[in-house]
Ligand binder design. Structure first.
Ligand code: TEU
Ligand code: CA
Length: 550
């Protein structure tokens, strides 16, 4: 690899939700030793780096994103020694490790918050945002991501504290220099151990409009954009951490950026003062109505394609994006964007190909390499996610029937992607010898990694071939991205080009076969790769993808 290109620009990253990946000690909960036991499987995929969702001590109110001790491993996941062994196992295979740090909020059980709430003059008071209410009303009308107000009244001092997420996730006050110093020290602790990168949770929200104006819209994603994200000191804070910590360790940073727009994204990606890349949510919020996740609206392939065109345009000069179609916060990609019934294999392999041929660093969510599907909750009680459980409480109060809410939760809820990894047809899909912490998808006897290891045409085997293909054609990582001008409604096609190489990616992103005029393809097109054999007589099968050399 030419030294001028940083590792993270060519890497394929594999995201693991530790709780659901593999349980090594039979308590029904995935753990770090489980990841170590599966490290050769991970390595066999051909990925270059792992991203672990939070592994720190947590009451687990929000899937580990409520951290009560940033310098300790969550007991259910193991010990610091286990972490050190995991890091060594990752590095010994030439892989990189990215950990998930939550800088926008802590748990309300963190020592800082326990102190902060004790009194108004406590030294830790300003680690968080405390404000007086207006009579019995909170300081303003901001809604929480997880329902209700973003302010919680605290009896001890008669003030409210801010929590954009759950009330057990008080927002950290980045205006306060001692807090920034504490977060810098925490990141340095992990980077000094040899961690290669940081995924920065909700980084777009760390700078607040400290006068806390009311939101003037009932559209939740607009409230995020206008009031929670893109605060006045955001670039300053990112730059401070870049120079204070990240550059000292040549640390890769990927910022999760709800509310970041194509217009302002380059602001956060300055080569010398910014993040290396961001997760944007243009496509991920596309089917969310004004009410957010549980207010779904239809999406169209045109909208979907446009998101990629818009973001490639926004980042083509001075920026770098991540490419993802699913993670622990969204429905399984084959169920959401593909067709997990009649065209399950074809659409799962097409979506993986989309991710690995777009410009940007692909983040593949564990389970998507075998085409895992949405988990269907039979009842709300089966949900393990605060966002769904709170969402149901709010919906019920509005008179929504459980069956109707369940339908929506089964379409867009986060439980879909948090069911245990399906390793084999063994009980509980080989995830645990105990009782799994969460329901295993009942389709595991037929949909599992072991079965796909034995099937040369499986999604898993295709994924391995696809990664090898991507590494053979660096233009897929670094090349320019150009929409293909002869696109048709159901076709998603684009060109990836570099001075010495030009590839055309063509996807029939639909359930219908499509016959194209013979002249549709450039005369120079030579078939290289695809999820089916090359189209005969220009007839593309449903969900068929092909890559041509031009
Ligand atoms: O998610 C923040 C975010 O981008 C939300 O829009 C996200 O989609 C979330 O599911 C709420 O709808 C990050 C984490 O990925 C998420 O798991 C956490 O719950 C959240 O931050 C708070 O830490
Ligand atoms: Ca365990």
């Amino acid at each position: 690899m030419t030294p001028s290109i940083p590792w993270w620009k060519r890497a394929v990253v594999y995201q693991i939700y530790p709780r659901s990946f593999y349980d090594s000690n039979g308590d029904g909960i995935g753990d770090l030793n489980g990841i170590i036991e599966k490290i050769d499987y991970i390595h066999s995929l051909g990925v270059d780096a792992l991203w672990l969702n939070p592994i720190f001590r947590s009451p687990y109110d929000d899937g580990g994103y409520d951290i009560s001790d940033y310098m300790a491993i969550h007991e259910e996941f193991g010990t610091m020694e286990d972490f050190d062994r995991l890091l060594a196992a990752v590095h010994s295979r030439g892989l990189k490790l990215i950990i998930d740090v939550v800088l926008n909020h802590s748990s309300d059980e963190h020592a800082w918050f326990i102190e902060s709430r004790k009194s108004k003059d406590n030294p830790y008071r300003d680690y968080y945002f405390w404000r007086k209410g207006h009579g019995t009303q909170p300081p303003n009308n901001w809604p929480s991501f997880f329902g209700g107000s973003a302010w919680q009244y605290d009896n001890a001092t008669g003030e409210y504290y801010l929590h954009l997420f759950s009330k057990k996730q008080p927002d950290l006050n980045w205006e306060h220099p001692p807090l920034r110093a504490a977060l810098a020290a925490m990141m340095e602790f992990w980077l000094a151990k040899g961690v290669d990168g940081l995924r920065l949770d909700v980084i777009s929200a760390i700078s607040k409009q400290t006068n806390f104006p009311n939101t003037d819209t009932t559209d939740f994603n607009e409230t995020i954009r206008k009031y929670y994200a893109n605060g006045p000191r955001l670039k300053e804070f990112i730059s401070e951490m870049r120079h204070r910590v990240w550059d000292k360790y040549n640390c890769m940073t990927v910022g999760e950026g709800p509310g970041i727009t194509p217009a302002n994204a380059p602001d956060y990606l300055d080569q010398n003062h910014g993040l290396n890349m961001i997760f944007h949510f243009g496509h991920m919020f596309m089917d969310q109505g004004p009410g957010g996740r549980f207010d779904p609206i239809p999406w169209t392939l045109q909208d979907f394609k446009q998101v990629f065109v818009t973001w490639n345009e926004a980042l083509k000069q001075n920026g770098w994006g991540s490419v993802f179609l699913g993670n622990h916060d969204f429905a399984r990609m084959v169920s959401r964007w593909g067709n997990d019934r009649e065209h399950w294999r074809a659409s799962a392999t097409l979506l993986l190909t989309l991710m690995l041929t777009q410009r940007g660093t692909p983040f593949v969510y564990a389970g998507d390499e075998i085409g895992m599907k949405n988990l269907t909750l039979g009842a709300i009680e089966e949900s393990k996610d605060i966002e769904t459980l709170n969402g149901w409480r709010e919906a019920r109060a509005r008179g929504v029937a459980e069956a109707d809410f369940l339908k929506v939760a089964n379409y867009s809820g986060r439980d879909n992607a948090r069911s245990p990894f399906q390793w084999s047809a063994q009980p509980h899909a080989g995830f645990t010898t105990g009782q799994p912490w969460m329901g295993v998808n009942p389709n595991y006897p037929k949909l599992n990694a072991a079965q796909q290891e034995a099937d040369t045409e499986s999604v898993l085997q295709y994924f391995r071939k696809l990664i090898r293909f991507r590494k053979a054609y660096p233009v897929l990582a670094d090349g320019e991205y150009l929409p293909f001008t002869h696109e048709k409604e159901q076709i998603f096609a684009y060109v990836r080009q570099a001075p010495e190489e030009k590839l055309l990616v063509v996807m029939n992103f639909s359930n219908q076969p499509l016959t194209l005029e013979a002249s549709w393809l450039p005369a120079t097109a030579v078939w290289l790769f695809g999820n089916e054999s090359a189209p005969q007589q220009s007839t593309w099968q449903p969900w068929q993808v092909g890559i041509y050399k031009l």
